[in-house]
Design a protein around this ligand. Structure first.
Ligand code: PMP
Ligand code: GLU
Length: 397
């Protein structure tokens, strides 16, 4: 007998984590799998950050932490937001938690009532729609495609707004597409949202520093909406710290308080050691961030060039994050002689089994007919993975 609640039964498991797990299992069996599924920097956490964690242990940072995070860390984040992004959030408006993921979910749970509508331009990161389901909100998906560079226009956004709209969720640079909205594109969106003061703007800026445009604009920098923009960010991507689990929300005070109340009953403050490491990340030298960005740019160029040489694979040139999101519809309905590939999900499985390259089905990001490749991997692995993908796709007729 099982007693899994209806709510949890209604959730889909995380496809990114599931595919990565599957690829690790194959690897453990001795299969030479190249894992381009989960998106996480393949670099080591910079030394000065690791040293700060050692120090925190030696200095006995071992007690429960304040629920919203150490004041010193929130001060560092507040300064970062002001100096790097030109936006004002006092430390009291910042809540630190177990990764950006927890803070996204907290913000949604703390502000969405059953039936409230949340507008999500798609393709979108796998967890957004599931978090909205957890809050029993209603997902309103606004699809984009390769031809739009996967960007929502102000007109399409406005057309999706109804009296029940409570939140708009934006992510730039985008996971899974790598698209980066320009300042002017974001301003046009902000101008629409300015007319709807009851809408919270949840801006996931976790890929801020993995950006090849040389320009990053925070949604909170538009004064016409700033008082209801929630910024989500963290150390996972910028400082290669995915496993340390530190992220934050910067929110209107009423929402930061509600998030703190939720977190206080649910997980408490996040790890003391990881917080001290994150503080060193924000207060220390930033060369590591630039160096990693340069490596991602080189890999972006490599992967795009190799993808373009594969007949039938269609892709944009991602401007940020570390994902390529090619359209694979040209391969659907084709067969390698043994099986016919009908969906992008079947194609992702085919690539795993035949080419031993793990990718993620676009359907997990709410767009069928595409797959996602993470190029946060070594140049050598990327070359080999793209060669294998090209060969396996070439065998479909
Ligand atoms: N938002 C997006 C778009 C992401 O890709 C990720 C990575 N998993 C997160 C949020 C969560 O990041 P983390 O919890 O590691 O800080
Ligand atoms: N952001 C990464 C990804 O999309 C991490 C995995 C996850 O949390 O979904 O692959």
């Amino acid at each position: 007998m099982t007693h899994v609640s209806d709510l949890i039964q209604s959730l889909s498991p995380s496809a990114t984590l599931a595919m990565s797990q599957k690829s690790n299992e194959l690897k453990a069996q001795g299969v030479d799998v190249i894992n381009l599924s989960v998106g996480e920097p393949d670099f080591n956490t910079p030394d000065h950050i690791k040293e700060a964690a050692h120090r925190a242990i030696d200095e006995n940072y071992s007690l429960y932490t304040p629920v919203p995070g150490y004041m010193s860390l929130r001060q560092a984040i507040s300064r970062k937001l002001r100096e790097e992004n030109g936006v004002d959030y006092a430390p009291e408006q910042i809540v630190v938690g177990n990764g950006a993921k927890q803070e996204l979910c907290n913000v949604i749970l703390a502000s969405i009532n059953p039936g409230d509508e949340v507008i999500i331009p798609t393709p979108a990161w796998v967890s957004y729609v599931e978090m909205v389901k957890l809050a029993r909100g209603t997902n309103v998906l606004v699809p984009t495609t390769l031809e739009d560079d996967f960007k929502i226009t102000p007109e399409r956004l406005e057309a999706a707004i109804t009296p029940r709209t409570r939140m708009v969720l934006l992510c730039s640079p985008s996971n899974p597409t790598g698209s980066v909205y320009t300042h002017d594109e974001l301003e046009a969106i902000a101008n629409v949202l300015a007319r709807y003061p009851e809408i919270i703007v949840l801006s996931d800026e976790i890929y801020e520093h993995i950006n090849f445009t040389g320009e990053f604009t925070s949604m909170a920098s538009f004064p016409q909406i700033a008082d209801r923009v929630v910024v989500i960010n963290g150390v996972s991507k910028a400082y290669a710290m995915t496993g340390w689990r530190i992220g934050y929300c910067a929110a209107p005070l009423w929402l930061a308080k509600a998030v703190t109340k939720l977190q206080g009953q649910y997980t408490s403050g996040s790890s003391s050691i990881a917080q001290k490491a994150a503080e060193a990340a924000y207060n220390g030298p930033q060369d590591c961030v630039r160096e990693m960005n340069e490596a991602f740019l080189r890999r972006r160029d490599l992967v795009v060039e190799m993808a373009r040489q594969i007949p039938g694979l269609e892709c944009n040139v991602p401007q940020g994050a570390f994902y390529l999101f090619p359209r694979v519809t040209n391969f659907l309905g084709k067969s390698d002689g043994e099986r016919t590939i009908n969906t992008s999900g079947e194609l992702a499985l085919y690539l795993l089994e035949k080419a031993h390259v793990a990718t993620v089905d676009g359907a997990a990001f709410c767009l069928d007919g595409y797959i996602r490749l993470s190029y946060a991997n070594s140049d050598e692995n990327l070359r080999e993975a793209m060669r294998r993908i090209g060969k396996a796709l070439g065998e479909l007729h």
